[in-house]
Design a protein around this ligand. Structure first.
Ligand code: ZN
Length: 235
């Protein structure tokens, strides 16, 4: 089975456990699963009576070896599109800007401060709750400090608005498959992320730009710290 299908399968098992009531429901389907495309009248016909789950892809813009800068957005967005039917969920617009850490000096990268990001993601989650979704699944494509902020804001919104929120870091969830397929763990722009992005937007992956020195095996991260990080691939 191809890796990205396995990752989608693994995600869908986890998500089915999270919202079993939403699994494989109902005969009548909305004309679209995308919140960007659905109109308010149709939205009100489906949410919350028929559709109770929403998928929110989040990522950032930062360099990724020879992959697109938006890989952390593209991967969870593709997973959400893959999963929406099976979960009977809508897909919220992707939050494409995030807390980029040590790679923010690279061309085309964006870094939102934690002070700006924290209340913004809080308001997005609270807005999904206000729109009467009962299950909010955050598909996160970007690691580092963003993960901790997402987790704590998810906890806060869940308590304050009495909704269920699941935050999934897909590359961690897929680590078993990564070991199985590649014999080693992945990393930022590593085997796992490269394979997934190649599967979804092969025309935007540029192996001809790759050179061995881009993926240097540095000493363990705990032994040193540099700003800015010397490579756009972090293994
Ligand atoms: Zn990435």
């Amino acid at each position: 089975m191809r890796t990205h299908y396995r990752i989608a399968w693994r995600l869908s098992v986890l998500l089915a456990l999270f919202c079993p009531a939403a699994w494989a429901q109902g005969a009548d389907e909305p004309t679209t699963r995308q919140m960007n495309l659905i109109g308010w009248q149709e939205f009100s016909e489906f949410v919350p009576d028929r559709i109770r789950t929403v998928l929110l892809p989040v990522g950032t813009l930062e360099p990724h070896g020879v992959l697109p800068n938006g890989s952390d957005n593209l991967a969870p967005e593709a997973m959400a599109a893959d999963l929406a039917d099976r979960l009977d969920a809508l897909v919220a617009p992707t939050l494409n800007y995030g807390i980029t850490g040590s790679l923010q000096a690279y061309p085309g990268a964006f870094a939102i401060s934690e002070d700006a990001y924290r209340p913004f993601i809080n308001d997005i989650l609270a807005g999904l709750a206000a729109n009467k979704f009962l299950n909010i699944i955050v598909l996160n494509g970007h690691g580092g400090p963003q993960t901790a902020v997402l987790t704590s804001e998810a906890d806060r919104v869940s308590r304050e608005h009495r909704v269920r929120i699941l935050v999934v870091n897909w590359w961690s969830l897929a680590s078993e498959e990564t070991f199985e397929v590649f014999g080693e763990n992945g990393g930022h722009a590593g085997n796992n992320e490269t394979a997934y992005v190649q599967a979804i937007v092969p025309e935007h992956v540029h192996p001809e730009r790759y050179s061995e020195d881009m993926a240097t095996a540095y000493p363990p991260r705990s032994t040193w710290h540099a700003l800015h990080f010397p490579s756009s691939i972090v293994l």
